[in-house]
Design a protein around this ligand. Structure first.
Ligand SMILES: *[C@@H]1O[C@H](CO)[C@@H](O)[C@H](O)[C@H]1NC(C)=O
Ligand SMILES: *[C@@H]1O[C@H](CO)[C@@H](O)[C@H](O)[C@H]1NC(C)=O
Ligand SMILES: *[C@@H]1O[C@H](CO)[C@@H](O)[C@H](O)[C@H]1NC(C)=O
Ligand SMILES: *[C@@H]1O[C@H](CO)[C@@H](O)[C@H](O)[C@H]1NC(C)=O
Ligand SMILES: *[C@@H]1O[C@H](CO)[C@@H](O)[C@H](O)[C@H]1NC(C)=O
Ligand SMILES: CC(=O)N[C@H]1CO[C@H](CO)[C@@H](O)[C@@H]1O
Length: 450
């Protein structure tokens, strides 16, 4: 009798575990790891009844409007909620979520702004997707304390300006995607602290201003994309501080190949990695030529070498002694917009404000049609995680898989879905098997114990 009771209880517990695992309506839940999958079901809000022990929550491709405290549980490790219509995230939504590793909030175009402390305390956060969120600015401490963050996706927002030290705590950051924004300047401390950064994508912005020290902490940077900006000039000294650089894209900028281009020309001669074309837009006699193909004779009457020692001294000095109350002067940008520029900073730029060049406006068209092909190539580089090792062939040429970098509006197949369906049917058949077994045992019990 004892034996019989024990066996039954065991079976019931086994079956009961599967039964009691609640799951929100229209969602699929499964275990190992505990997952709730509610994607693409026109949810207008986060469904109720998400089991508190859920580790992975998939809510992408719905129409969710708001994220509030209490919607999720601090056991969450992975949260995908991209391609919804989130307009508001309560600042405390993720507070105390110390297990959270990946958050995908991308493609929520009406989000527009985030509170400074939204991500505070997420010490395990590894990947943060904020692409296509309509962000026009970032609060200054928004990434504070995210020491484990490796992938930060901020592309295709409306960012005009990045405050100094925005990324300063991100000592582990490997990928920073900022392309397709409206950035026009990179300052001395814009990227301070990014000592592990491997890829910095800044293409398709309006960058015309790069501080000479803008890249000074990026000792491990291998890829720098600056194509399709409004750069007229970039001093070789800006790039000298990048010892690990392998891939540089500078095409589709209105380069001026006068004496100011000499230091870049010299840098390109020394550089052993892969570069794009650098097509000159000015002066008239060099228009359409690639800076890389020019010879020394193409820079007649230019002051001998780059004033390297002079600028380095200046550099060292400036980095320690920036006067915050310095003079301002107004620089009128190409689009007629005015920018405030610190006068003292001008002496250590790597670039030249666009307004300084008086000619070459009409040359834009020629330049564009010439470079369109290159740009198309560059528009979809293979730069996703793990791409690092498969986009360089032994001879050093770069091969690219197309569309790897396009935003995930068409979604990666959530790794759980297939499994989810299998699991659902599996647990059902398991339930049937259990019922059958229990029935069998109870009906034949006398026979068994006879
Ligand atoms: C998304 O939200 C915004 C702001 O509330 C609204 O104007 C827009 O119509 C919504 N879009 C969809 C597709 O629901
Ligand atoms: C940074 O990344 C490495 C692995 O790349 C990891 O071992 C380390 O724990 C991470 N976090 C910090 C704070 O360095
Ligand atoms: C350059 O970027 C802008 C957006 O900043 C885009 O509209 C334009 O098509 C791009 N130009 C090329 C040649 O790709
Ligand atoms: C810094 O600049 C001052 C003059 O402004 C100069 O006397 C000094 O030698 C400079 N220091 C360095 C390290 O270049
Ligand atoms: C600003 O510049 C002007 C002219 O260059 C100068 O006379 C003035 O002293 C400067 N002001 C400050 C605060 O540096
Ligand atoms: C080093 C360098 O290129 N400095 C330039 C910064 O910009 C000003 C004009 O705004 C130039 O005169 C400097 O030569």
């Amino acid at each position: 009798m004892f034996k019989r009771g024990c066996g039954l209880e065991f079976l019931l517990v086994l079956c009961g575990l599967e039964l009691s695992w609640s799951c929100p309506r229209h969602c699929i839940c499964y275990t190992a790891p505990n997952t709730v999958s509610c994607q693409a079901h026109n949810f207008l809000s986060v469904p109720e009844g998400i089991p508190p022990d859920s580790e992975r929550i998939f809510l992408q491709n719905n129409k969710i409007h708001r994220l509030l405290r209490g919607h999720f549980n601090s056991n969450t490790v992975t949260l995908w909620i991209y391609s919804n219509n989130i307009t508001y995230i309560e600042p405390s939504t993720f507070h105390g979520f110390t297990r959270l590793e990946e958050v995908d909030l991308g493609d929520n175009r009406h989000l527009r702004s985030l509170a400074e402390d939204t991500f505070h305390g997420l010490s395990r956060l590894n990947t943060l997707h904020l692409y296509q969120c309509g962000l026009s600015s970032l609060p200054s401490n928004i990434f504070q304390g995210l020491r484990n963050l490796q992938y930060l996706y901020l592309q295709e927002n409306h960012l005009k300006y990045l405050q100094d030290d925005t990324f300063t705590d991100l000592h582990n950051l490997s990928h920073l995607f900022l392309h397709g924004n409206r950035l026009w300047s990179l300052n001395q401390n814009t990227f301070r602290g990014l000592r592990a950064l491997d890829r910095l994508l800044l293409h398709q912005n309006q960058i015309e201003w790069v501080d000479r020290l803008a890249f000074h902490d990026l000792k491990r940077l291998t890829s720098l994309f600056l194509f399709n900006n409004t750069l007229i000039q970039l001093s070789g000294q800006c790039l000298d501080v990048l010892p690990a650089l392998e891939y540089l894209r500078l095409n589709d900028n209105p380069w001026s190949c006068d004496c100011k281009a000499l230091s870049l020309w010299e840098w390109l001669k020394r550089f052993g990695g892969s570069t794009s074309s650098v097509v000159c837009q000015a002066p008239a006699d060099l228009e359409g030529k690639d800076l890389k193909e020019l010879r020394k004779e193409d820079f007649p009457n230019c002051p001998a070498a780059v004033p390297n020692s002079e600028s380095r001294a200046q550099t060292n000095n400036v980095s320690g002694t920036v006067n915050p109350s310095m003079n301002h002067s107004v620089v009128v940008g190409s689009g007629g917009q005015t920018h405030l520029v610190h006068t003292s900073r001008r002496s250590r730029n790597c670039t030249k404000p666009r307004s300084r060049v008086s000619k070459g406006k009409g040359d834009n068209e020629v330049h564009h049609s010439k470079e369109v092909m290159v740009d198309k190539e560059d528009a979809s580089p293979d730069l996703t995680e793990g791409g690092k090792h498969d986009h360089t062939s032994p001879d050093g040429t770069v091969t690219r898989r197309k569309h790897k970098c396009t935003p995930r509006t068409t979604v990666r197949p959530p790794s759980g879905v297939q499994q989810a369906n299998n699991r659902a049917t599996l647990s059902q058949s398991l339930l049937h098997a259990c019922a059958l077994l229990v029935a069998l045992i109870t009906t034949n019990i006398d026979f068994i114990f006879r």
